[in-house]
Design a binder for this molecule. Structure first.
Ligand code: SF4
Ligand code: SF4
Length: 307
């Protein structure tokens, strides 16, 4: 992937799951990042934000942008649905990287193998350029080397290991090194630990940026200041206090609305064990929450918002 920017724009932060801002402002942030040299954008079927990327892509040469997306497809039909939806809603002929979302290990991958075979057909036709997995586990990164179909491994890497479901930060980095040595393209997510490492953003950023096996670092950015801050670190500079404060002052939280009926669906979905039922209502432990928004997508009553 020639000239792909190491800094990847994580667009979950611009999806309605996490951001109720104006459509036009969201497109503006993408455009701003592009003008500043970021040409790699990560999304997902779950984020339901292909429309923002579609608007952004309209004014660009398609070949100047890299798009990664992912879905939970598990068979031929769902794989076809996911690809066709992405092509249509992004108004593009191809997807640079298509991934299976949230894979836990090799067995999980095998369980999706009918979808993988369908994705491989799209790859042969040039509709998908690279295929991969996204994961929150060390095991999936380790197991990825067994599968020639997997070109890209997108996993959590950060200083404290927060968000890694089955191991430590060093275990993840060891797994990443092995996967890289077998030719995988490595994307790292959540360098700021879903907001937990914002007290020293430079240290958190440098920690991930210094792992030489990592090809790309995906970071959610909500505004121009966040783009500036990440680019500042990426260029090896120290950010001004004003810039740091403008970002740190807008820490995010997960809110659960009073109309929660305590059905527990979100609790089952959270692999960080950050949610529990207290007196029939869901409550979050922000010490454990990494703001992945998976729980929000489960709630039929739209109770969960990241603000
Ligand atoms: S899924 Fe929604 S309604 Fe059910 S417990 Fe969670 S927040 Fe409450
Ligand atoms: S509470 Fe929700 S947003 Fe937080 S880690 Fe769990 S699933 Fe992710």
């Amino acid at each position: 992937m020639k000239n792909i920017s190491k800094l990847c724009f994580g667009t979950l932060a611009l999806s309605n799951l996490q951001n109720k801002g104006e459509f036009i402002n969201k497109v503006d942030v993408l455009n701003y990042a592009y003008e500043k040299g970021i040409n790699f954008y990560d999304t997902a079927e779950l984020y339901d934000n292909y429309d923002i990327l579609n608007a952004f892509l309209k004014s660009k040469k398609r070949e100047s942008i890299y798009i990664a997306t992912k879905s939970y497809a598990y068979n031929k039909e769902t794989a076809k649905y996911s690809i066709e939806k992405a092509l249509k809603e992004l108004n593009t002929d191809y997807i640079d990287i298509f991934m299976l979302h949230e894979q836990d290990n090799g067995n999980n991958f095998m369980g999706h193998y009918e979808a993988v075979e369908e994705f491989m057909k799209y790859k042969q036709k040039g509709v998908i350029n690279k295929f991969g997995i996204s994961t929150h586990t060390v095991k999936a990164v380790v197991d990825s080397v067994q599968f020639k179909e997997i070109d890209v491994v997108f996993t959590i890497v950060n200083k404290t290991g927060i968000g890694i479901n089955d191991g430590t930060s060093s275990q993840m980095i060891e797994a990443v090194k092995v996967a890289k040595s077998k030719g995988k393209f490595i994307m790292a997510m959540k360098p700021y630990g879903g907001g937990h490492l914002l007290s020293d953003t430079k240290k958190a950023f440098d920690f991930v940026n210094d792992v030489k096996e990592i090809d790309s670092i995906a970071i959610g950015m909500r505004n121009r200041q966040e783009v500036d801050l990440n680019l500042c670190y990426f260029d090896g500079n120290t950010a001004s206090e004003e810039l740091k404060n403008s970002v740190n002052n807008v820490n995010r939280e997960l809110n659960i609305a009073y109309w929660c009926v305590g059905c527990g669906k979100c609790i089952k979905r959270c692999k960080q064990n950050a949610l529990s039922l207290v007196d029939g209502k869901c409550q979050v432990n922000m010490e454990r929450c990494v703001l992945c928004s998976y729980c929000a997508s489960e709630c039929d009553d739209f109770c969960i918002k990241i603000v």
